[in-house]
Design a protein around this ligand. Structure first.
Ligand SMILES: Cc1cc2nc3c(=O)[nH]c(=O)nc-3n(C[C@H](O)[C@H](O)[C@H](O)COP(=O)(O)OP(=O)(O)OC[C@H]3O[C@@H](n4cnc5c(N)ncnc54)[C@H](O)[C@@H]3O)c2cc1C
Length: 342
């Protein structure tokens, strides 16, 4: 007999695994399908010469007690098993430009953030305070982010543009570029990204910044262990190639490339939205929805180069460097992370 699940989750990235675990903890029968050999999507790691390398997630914010990710990971029952290391409090990210030797720090803690940057921009202290205040105000409007409060969003803040906002805070171009220095985290596009995305991202790291000892894949491994404890199924080498509909055009399941069919009352697709549309088939979707999604410009990508350095060749550092050839913090960004021998 064909097995039926309450929920089928397509893709075992962080979003898929967290959704699956929340629902499994609620007692639902959940199954996650992943096309790759390794679970986790952007949480995947690989190793060379006894070093573990991250492919995506390499540092996390808001993991100190009482902060938002700490609350989420505690609820998901993985917090106590995570092996993490707090990054440099006076500069978890450092922004550099061309031949300028100064490393402009993004520090942990709002007061410290202002303090550290004011050393390089003494006349900008008040503007920096305004920047910090606005970030916190915007974040406070997102109830789910803070795991408390009401459910609705304040529409007005959704439309604020990142670049315009930073320009309204200071006319100092170097400081503008420093504040936008980690924009690689949201596709390097501060011209088109709403300010709330910048605020939510930067806020979590200013609260606290940690790197995962032994890489980000420990998060997916812990989530999968918990999922199995809660009775969920997780399958790899299971690429969904088609959605299944019944004679009433109701979505009833999904088929994998190998021909296996999974039935479920509801499906969560945690893969790229255009791929989801292809799997569903345009005929099943509203034209207005299709037009909106298909009109979105694709975001830029990045490529990563990994080096294993000879031992003792450079001093250890506990921060990321975002390097730009000039003060134009556009797409051309070199992001450097360092990992010690495990
Ligand atoms: C280079 C890089 C660095 C980053 N650094 C950080 C960082 O330091 N800190 C941070 O917080 N965030 C970071 N991010 C962002 C973070 O990695 C992502 O926001 C997050 O991991 C995305 O998770 P996801 O669940 O949305 O999707 P994904 O991780 O993309 O997962 C999607 C999964 O779906 C699977 N899949 C796709 N199609 C199918 C199919 N047809 N059938 C079955 N499975 C399928 C894929 O194989 C994949 O495993 C980084 C991102 C990148 C790209």
């Amino acid at each position: 007999m064909k097995k039926e699940y309450d929920i089928l989750v397509i893709g075992s990235g962080l979003g898929g695994l967290v959704s699956a675990l929340i629902l499994a903890k609620e007692g639902l029968k959940v199954c996650v399908l992943e096309k790759n050999n390794q679970y986790g999507g952007n949480l995947q790691t690989f190793s060379r010469d006894k070093l573990i390398f991250d492919t995506g997630v390499h540092y996390l914010g808001g993991l100190s007690k009482g902060q938002n990710l700490h609350q989420y990971f505690s609820y998901l029952e993985i917090m106590d098993d995570l092996e993490i290391q707090q990054m440099d409090e006076n500069g978890y990210d450092k922004i550099t430009f061309g031949d300028d030797e100064i490393e402009y720090p993004h520090a942990q803690g709002y007061e410290n953030f202002v303090e550290q940057l004011s050393q390089y921009f003494p006349e900008e202290r008040e503007n920096l305070e305004d920047y910090c205040e606005e970030i916190q105000r915007v974040c406070s409007q997102f109830p789910r982010y803070n795991v408390v409060g009401k459910d609705n969003y304040n529409e007005e803040i959704l439309h604020l543009n990142t670049k315009r906002f930073i320009e309204s805070i200071t006319s100092n171009q170097k400081l503008q570029s420093v504040l936008l220095g980690s924009n690689f985290l949201y596709a390097g596009d501060s011209e088109n990204i709403p300010f709330y995305v910048h605020a939510l991202t930067v806020n979590s790291y200013i609260q606290s910044a940690y790197k995962c000892i032994k890489g980000g894949s420990q998060i997916s491994k812990l989530l999968i262990r918990k999922l199995r404890q809660y009775g969920a199924e997780v399958h790899k080498h299971a690429e969904v190639s088609e959605f299944v509909f019944n004679e009433n055009n109701t979505l009833t399941g999904a088929k994998t490339k190998s021909g296996k069919e999974y039935s479920a009352k509801q499906i969560i697709s945690n893969i790229e939205i255009r791929s989801t549309i292809k799997l569903i088939g345009e005929a099943y979707l509203k034209k207005s929805f299709l037009n909106r999604v298909l009109s979105w410009e694709p975001v830029p990508s990045c490529f990563s180069v990994y080096f294993v350095l000879k031992s003792q060749s450079i001093p250890n550092f506990n921060y990321n460097i975002y390097h730009y050839s000039s003060e134009e913090t556009g797409l051309e960004c070199l992001s450097i992370q360092k990992r010690k021998l495990a």
